[in-house]
Design a protein around this ligand. Structure first.
Ligand code: SF4
Ligand SMILES: [Zn+2]
Length: 367
């Protein structure tokens, strides 16, 4: 195929997958809920070995404004479809979160997620963003973590926010998912371009904001070997942009998503845990790697998690947890006969495009 044909085919597929993704989402009963849907405490370890108490909350905001991603259930648990943030509700949620009671665990890192993009004004209005920064600055928190797609991290949003935060260090989680255009923009179907990612990272670096980059392990429509290649290549790309490390997220399957729809029709499964190990081993030489969504033996939500044989599953997850803390490959399990080690293969775009179209046809035929 010529480059023009490839791009036209990609665009048509992207529209098809976007329409499917939106049609599968559900407006949930949580709409307009005025309290965070999750609040928890844990300890995190920085690259330099220091540990910090963290309070993590997921705010109910205006709902993800670009809810197109094939694997993402989060927007279904937030105000999906609302797309009009309730400023007072958000202010109240943050004020309550910041109120420290005597029996509350100590923390100096505060993560305020919102199942979407904090810097998208349809999700968190501009004046609310600034109010939140001022409130956080007044509470003794040393680091604030938020999440956002890169196109919303602009001079207009970031500069006033950083100013209002004063001495509080800002970290922004960015779901790049993949450095490969076809994988990212069509298979994962997220609205992140390489240009917007690079601009956001450069802007953050200029303001000493920490970028935390997320990569996906096992997007729909890729083989496991391709998925491993994708993580390794994407890690190398992120490192080339001057970012120290990546956080890899093994895909789990959740209802009301394209990934789930494919799974129900026999055309997708969550990645084998050994593929996660292979991806981490390959990426390890490129940058510091953490594994997120570590609750892979967990039961939160109605999800199917990455798995392997019964004997391997728990030791692999334990190994990934240890590795994420130590950064030492010896913490990863060696191998098991239940799964041959994967040899990474190059991403052949023509082949992947044809496979994706054929998979969509086959699944639609099942209906
Ligand atoms: S991954 Fe982020 S951008 Fe994509 S649908 Fe989910 S919340 Fe929205
Ligand atoms: Zn095994």
């Amino acid at each position: 195929m010529s480059v023009t044909e490839v791009l036209a085919t990609e665009k048509a597929l992207r529209h098809r997958i976007t329409a499917l993704s939106r049609s599968l989402r559900e407006v949930t009963v949580v709409e307009h809920l005025q309290k965070p849907r999750y609040v928890g405490y844990d300890t995190i370890r920085d690259a330099d070995g220091t540990t910090h108490g963290r309070k993590k909350a997921i705010l109910m905001s205006g709902g993800c404004s670009v809810p197109t991603c094939t694997m993402c259930p989060f927007t279904n648990y937030n105000n999906f479809g609302l797309h009009a943030a309730n400023p007072n509700g958000l202010r109240d949620q943050v004020a309550t979160l910041l109120h420290r009671s005597d029996d509350e665990p100590d923390y100096d890192v505060l993560a305020l997620y919102n199942d979407g993009s904090f810097f998208a004004r349809r999700e968190v209005p501009a004046d609310v963003q600034i109010d939140i920064a001022r409130r956080v600055a007044a509470t003794g928190v040393r680091r604030l973590v938020v999440e956002s797609l890169p196109q919303f991290v602009t001079t207009d949003t970031l500069e006033p926010f950083v100013d209002a935060l004063g001495d509080v260090q800002l970290e922004v989680g960015i779901g790049l998912q993949s450095a490969d255009r076809l994988v990212r923009e069509t298979l994962v179907n997220t609205r992140v371009t390489r240009e917007s990612f690079e601009a956001a990272v450069a802007l953050m670096q200029a303001h000493t904001v920490i970028p935390k980059v997320y990569l996906m392990v096992g997007p729909p429509f890729l083989t496991e070997a391709e998925a491993v290649t994708d993580v390794i290549d994407s890690t190398a790309y992120v490192a080339s942009r001057g970012v120290d490390g990546v956080t890899v997220c093994p895909t789990r399957l959740a209802p009301n998503t394209v990934a789930w729809w494919l799974y129900q029709r026999g055309h997708y499964h969550a990645p084998n845990l050994w593929s996660v190990v292979d991806a981490v081993r390959g990426a390890h030489t490129k940058a510091a790697v953490r594994v997120a969504c570590i609750n892979m033996r967990g039961t939160d939500f109605d999800s199917i998690y990455p798995d392997s044989c019964e004997r391997c599953a728990n030791p692999i997850v334990d190994g990934l947890v240890s590795y994420s803390i130590s950064g030492d490959l010896v913490d990863l399990p060696a191998a098991c006969r239940c799964r041959e080690p994967i040899q990474p293969v190059a991403l052949d775009h023509d082949h992947i495009l044809a496979r994706t179209a054929a998979t969509m046809d086959a699944c639609e035929a099942i209906a």
